[in-house]
Design a protein around this ligand. Structure first.
Ligand SMILES: [Fe+2]
Length: 302
């Protein structure tokens, strides 16, 4: 019961054509649908309608994070839990958003708008379901198979984490504590991956990055080749995280939103004991090889 996985990330872009060109030609996503003010994109192995929505807006920023729930009863159950916690919930009916059914929307304690949805239109992946090859041939760009996770910022990480765990049922895989034992970063999952949602210290409502999954380390290296060839600004990497143990590259889309490609990591069971990192090890926690954080990585978010 409850949240199954990430459904889609909706980001604001001041130039819809430029953003679409980047996400289709460099990232290698597929354009599924377009309206006057939005473009809906998906990765090649995703069967649901979209995992990324680009929304035209004068300034960049996070519009909404949408998670998919497993059962029909989950929306009503979670709606009452969220309202009991003191956060108003709005219902969005089928037709209000392209490609999906009824959903609930609310602001989280970390200031992001979140959506929970049960029914998403199935448009199918690129590969056949009968005797498929392991990957499609000839897709442009990096072409990740799927979206993986989102990292947001919060003024009070501990307070936000309490909501995500107690109300939405996220499980805490890792936490980063300051010298007083307060959480300054948390990594949480619902899909048996090291994280579906992470929160770090920063302003409420902020988006640090969203990440695409790649199938192995060799694909991360190939992604770096493609990014460099296309003149994309690389923030950090290719390298490895201490937290999650994943291999990674951070980089920026042409409008300034940070993207990541991510692979590896472990596969936590629901009884996975939380791993704790202390602030004096923050460098290795985030970038294990460098052991250090650059200023841009700490300060820049949208
Ligand atoms: Fe990440």
């Amino acid at each position: 019961m409850g949240i199954l996985r990430l459904s889609h990330v909706d980001v604001r872009v001041p130039d819809l054509d430029l953003a679409t060109a980047y996400y289709t030609e460099v990232m290698g996503l597929l354009e599924v649908e377009r309206t006057d003010s939005a473009v809906y994109l998906k990765c090649w192995d995703e069967v649901d309608h979209h995992s990324l929505k680009l929304v035209y807006a004068p300034r960049v920023g996070l519009e909404r994070i949408s998670f998919k729930v497993e059962h029909d009863d989950d929306l009503a159950e979670l709606e009452s839990r969220i309202e009991a916690y003191g956060f108003p919930v709005r219902r969005a009916s089928r037709g209000e958003e392209v490609g999906q059914g009824e959903s609930i929307r609310f602001d989280t304690p970390s200031g992001q708008e979140m959506e929970l949805v049960r029914e998403v239109d199935k448009v199918g992946g690129v590969l056949p379901r009968l005797n498929p090859p392991p990957m499609p041939m000839g897709l442009p760009g990096i072409a990740p198979p799927r979206m993986d996770h989102v990292l947001v910022t919060a003024e009070e990480v501990g307070e936000a984490t309490k909501f995500y765990r107690e109300v939405l049922g996220f499980r805490l895989t890792e936490q980063l504590l300051d010298g007083n034992g307060h959480q300054i970063g948390v990594w949480m999952e619902r899909s048996h991956s090291p994280h579906d949602l992470a929160v770090v210290s920063g302003p409420n409502g902020g988006l640090h990055h969203f990440a695409f999954w790649l199938d192995d380390w060799d694909h991360v290296r190939r992604a770096a080749d493609i990014l460099a060839y296309n003149g994309v600004q690389i923030d950090v990497g290719p390298t490895r995280h201490g937290i999650t143990r994943g291999n990674t590259i951070y980089f920026f889309d042409p409008l300034g939103t940070r993207n990541e490609v991510f692979t590896g990591g472990y596969r936590p069971d629901p009884d996975f004991p939380t791993i704790t990192w202390t602030e004096d090890n923050i460098g290795k926690a985030i970038f294990y090889y460098e052991g250090d954080l650059n200023e841009r990585f700490m300060k820049v978010h949208t």
